[in-house]
Design a protein around this ligand. Structure first.
Ligand SMILES: [Zn+2]
Length: 469
């Protein structure tokens, strides 16, 4: 990738702890100087007057070109998924390499490397999903992979083909502690979900709206409590993925106040979408908003905003998981499926940053622009070993910068979609901000909503357990 020497002038630059009017000099893919009234011989001066200059977004929870629990590969390629990411202001993503029972983890990781290397237009590392925790996988393959720069593991406590029992979770936590890896967890009580699904289907409750009832909040509370206990017992930090409910949040708050060291995230959809969306006039339309855990009540969303404000929650991701609204995606099992037959997931890489930044700029929450940077870029980079190369505008860091317009009036719509889902679950929502230019390691990859780079320009980011957490 040709690297430009760039000077970004007159912008308002946001860090994770303050905001200042300052210039940025970029050379050889890095930020080489930050200061007032900078001047230098450069290839291009960007006049960012009146604009916000933020570090590129890091979306640390997104499913791209990945085989799901249902056996279906989701609707993205690395090119479409990372194009959506870049257009929405992200310069780094952390998708998943998904093992299923019987697979060699080494081979799985290799396969995802090939896909990402070919298609990605933003930088990436990856979480390794472990679903078949044999001795060979845990004792031989895992240490090798961690040593070679894959320091993030993902575990599921639910889903038939993915879940790991507590005995194996403890084994993996101990091994992660020994080898130096982060562990993220989808934490819901599997038996409570299975039981509820059976009850609903036996009663003839097939409509998408029953998806919410099928994942009881108590299942989140129980699984959070167990994984926090296991994290405490093994002294292995974990990240609790997609906190969706007020009761779940309270469990996180209680664990943190006891001094257990762990992290928790929520996602755009749990903050801004609610369960009434599953109950549409055209029954199938509700499928667009089926994700797990489910979107819940307005009360839950309000509690989650408070959880971000008091820092019970550390970061916000998209949990991007696109399935097209046709028989290759949401309706692959049946044209009028019951809620259980619909693949779980909604797209979000494109929408996370504009929606959240809009809420911040329009003071719809008690969070400021630095909080936004911390939750969407700095913290994900710190937790997953990408900091200080990623996640902050500072001298020596990669020149991953997004220049935002903040005085717009945009209505989100299906027409804007570039990811494989081909629908926008946030259609109709208005935002006042949008990325004007997205710079990855000193090279412009998006300008005026047009992709300026090619598949394969993104680089793999080798990681080790972060010293910043
Ligand atoms: Zn996910």
């Amino acid at each position: 990738m040709p690297s430009q020497k760039l000077l970004i002038k007159y912008g308002t630059v946001a860090h994770s702890n303050n905001l200042e009017p300052i210039d940025i000099l970029i050379s050889d893919q890095k930020i080489v100087n930050i200061g007032k009234n900078l001047s230098d011989k450069v290839d291009r001066v960007i006049n960012a007057k009146g604009k916000l200059v933020l570090p590129g977004g890091v979306d640390s929870h997104c499913h791209i070109e990945q085989k799901s629990a249902s056996g279906l590969v989701n609707s993205d390629t690395f090119y479409t998924g990372t194009s959506a990411a870049a257009l929405g202001g992200n310069t780094t993503v952390i998708p998943f390499a998904a093992q299923y029972d019987g697979d060699s983890l080494l081979e799985v990781v290799d396969r995802y490397h090939n896909l990402a290397n070919k298609g990605s237009i933003v930088d990436y590392s990856m979480h390794m999903i472990i679903a078949g925790p044999t001795d060979n996988v845990i004792k031989k393959e895992l240490p090798k992979l961690i040593l070679s720069g894959h320091s993030s593991i993902k575990l599921f406590m639910t889903y038939d083909r993915l879940r790991i029992d507590d005995e194996n979770i403890l084994e993996i936590l101990k091994q992660a502690r020994k080898c130096g890896a982060m562990v993220s967890v989808h934490a819901e009580n599997h038996e409570m979900i299975t039981n509820k699904v059976k009850e609903l289907l036996e009663d003839g409750c097939y409509h998408p709206k029953y998806h919410t009832d099928s994942h009881p909040v108590e299942g989140e509370v129980d699984a959070f409590r167990r994984i926090i206990q296991m994290s405490d017992e093994t002294k292995q930090p974990v990240m609790i993925f997609h906190v969706s409910s007020e009761q779940g949040l309270n469990e996180i708050r209680s664990g943190k106040s006891r001094g257990v060291k762990f992290f928790a995230e929520t996602c755009t959809q749990y903050l801004t979408l609610n369960s009434h969306l599953l109950d549409q006039e055209q029954i199938n339309d509700g499928a667009k908003w089926i994700c797990s855990p489910p979107i819940r009540s307005i009360n839950d969303s309000e509690a989650l905003w408070k959880g971000l404000e008091d820092r019970t929650l550390d970061l916000v991701t998209s949990d991007h998981a696109p399935y097209s609204f046709d028989n290759k995606g949401k309706f692959f099992k049946d044209n009028s499926p019951n809620f259980k037959e619909i693949p779980n997931g909604i797209p979000g890489l494109h929408w996370r940053l504009p929606i959240l930044l809009d809420r911040v700029l329009n003071k719809q929450c008690n969070l400021d622009i630095s909080d936004f940077v911390r939750m969407t870029s700095t913290m994900p980079a710190k937790v997953y070993g990408l900091y200080p190369h990623k996640g902050e505008i500072k001298i020596g860091s990669d020149a991953d910068i997004v220049i935002w317009d903040t005085d717009l009036n945009i209505t989100l719509s299906d027409d804007m979609v570039v990811d494989g889902s081909k629908y926008n679950p946030y259609s109709g929502m208005k935002v006042s901000c949008w990325p004007n230019e997205v710079i990855l390691r000193g090279t412009t990859i998006v300008k005026d909503n047009i992709i300026k780079t090619e598949a394969g320009t993104g680089q793999f980011l080798s990681t080790k357990l972060s010293e910043y957490i």
